[in-house]
Design a protein. Structure first.
Length: 142
């Protein structure tokens, strides 16, 4: 017994979790926010440009295009495995920069800090997951 669970049950769970489809689904879920964000920006390009302007980024339209391309291309790299490490590093860097730009909780009044700080650290955790994907890909791929 292992903490009240039979070892056979734990082994069964392990066998299920190491199935190849779990890896594929995990990578797709990891990239889902970037895929959704890119598709939203494509559907409402004027809104994407307005978002760039909102954060003081210029030239807004080319940066919106670059963001869409980055989100789609890097996500495809992560999901398909083609230069997965590079796509993961690109999304990690993008996420860190975007959180520094958009989730500036330290500049807000105390009453507004908590939810923005939560978002900031959730994004940093996501960037950490991408760094782990890149590391794993680099150490396991010849």
């Amino acid at each position: 017994m292992l903490g009240g669970l039979t070892v056979g049950w734990v082994d069964g769970l392990r066998s299920l979790f190491v199935a190849p489809w779990v890896h594929s689904v995990a990578l797709l879920l990891l990239c889902s926010a970037y895929l959704q964000g890119a598709f939203d920006k494509l559907r409402d390009f004027p809104g994407a440009v307005a978002e760039m302007r909102h954060f003081g980024l210029a030239p807004a339209a080319p940066l919106a295009v670059a963001t869409i391309v980055l989100e789609l291309a890097a996500s495809a790299m992560v999901v398909t495995g083609r230069y997965r490490w590079l796509g993961a590093l690109a999304l990690a860097g993008f996420t860190l920069l975007a959180s520094l730009l958009a989730d500036r909780f330290w500049a807000l009044p105390a009453a507004q800090r908590r939810p923005v700080a939560n978002s900031f650290f959730e994004h940093w955790g996501l960037a950490g997951a991408f760094l782990l994907v890149a590391w794993h890909d680099l150490v396991t791929t010849p």
